[in-house]
Write a protein that binds this ligand. Sequence first.
Ligand code: FES
Length: 263
Amino acid sequence: MAIDEIARIVSHEEAGPGYRFLVVEAPKLAAELVPGQFVHVKVPGLEASALRRPFSVFDACDGQVTVMYKIVGRGTEALAQAKPGDAVSVLGPLGRGFPVACSGVPLLVGGGYGVAPLHFLAKRQVAAGLKPILFVGGRTKGDLLALDRFAALGVDVRTATNDGSAGAKGFVVDPLDDVLIELRQKGEAFELYTCGPDGLLKAVAQRATGTGMPGWISMDRHMICGVGACFACIQKVKLPNGEAFNARCCVNGPVFKAEDIVW
Ligand code: FES
């Protein structure tokens, strides 16, 4: 059952050029959220038809919920004006998240601000005694976000940029493939978790199905209502009987099993 909590903004800081961390006091939500779920924030100053925006949860602990977002349009431009002390309505937890438990090494693969839910996941996995490895990629150095936050968790971070300005030059799946070869040579199990642009999600899903290991894919689809009513966020998936089904990412996802997604 989703909770609609009136939350005071604790801090609202830059998370990189054009990105923000929004931290709100929302104890009921913070206690319920699991990694990969999202919240719907009512943006102050927008008319009723455009009030809410969906955001991945970057962290939820000690009664506070953190989201990381990119300023990309009217809604997020309006939200960027909100100040500490302002109140916003936050609806959640919404959607289905990632499983935290992992048999083997958790391999987290993020592109751009797709690292947001992976941070929450990594934090819970570290707390559970797991040792996740994060692979993060972007076009250039400025696209690699929140690396210090992952480092503070003790996560092993491997980076790649297309222009070589940080980490390996090329695509983030290159360092991932090196680790996959290493783990398979050692006979070690792993699970893949990813969030980012579609091309990356598909590449990671192929590696999960190709190796026969579990893969958890967070689909980034345009959302309007966030609660299953508008059908804006459709993703074709396979049912256990093999038939295709139009899933709504906001209620049936956003996280799906790699083998279930019809690309
Ligand atoms: Fe409306 Fe998913 S956003 S059904």
